[in-house]
Design a protein around this ligand. Structure first.
Ligand SMILES: [Zn+2]
Length: 80
């Protein structure tokens, strides 16, 4: 279990592994957690190890990883 200190307190993650939405390559938290810890808003972009596409990554209020394709980002933002 990994936790982050946030402005609101302490956030624990439950589900920190994720699959690439494009190629289903499995990523583990070691692949991104250090980057995420250093990021200001818990938002990072990483390259998929499988298909090399750029993925956006963040943690939602439930402590789960949320991942999307950078190329789909504009579409996603319109849906939100
Ligand atoms: Zn991929």
């Amino acid at each position: 279990m990994i936790g982050f200190k946030t402005e609101n307190g302490f956030l624990d993650f439950s589900n920190t592994d994720f699959q690439c939405p494009s190629c289903k390559h499995e990523h583990i938290e070691d692949d991104y957690i250090k980057k995420l810890e250093k990021s200001q808003h818990y938002l990072v972009y990483i390259n998929c190890k499988g298909c090399k596409k750029k993925l956006g990554l963040t943690i939602n209020y439930m402590g789960d990883v949320v991942v999307w394709l950078k190329s789909e980002e504009k579409k996603l933002l319109l849906l939100l």
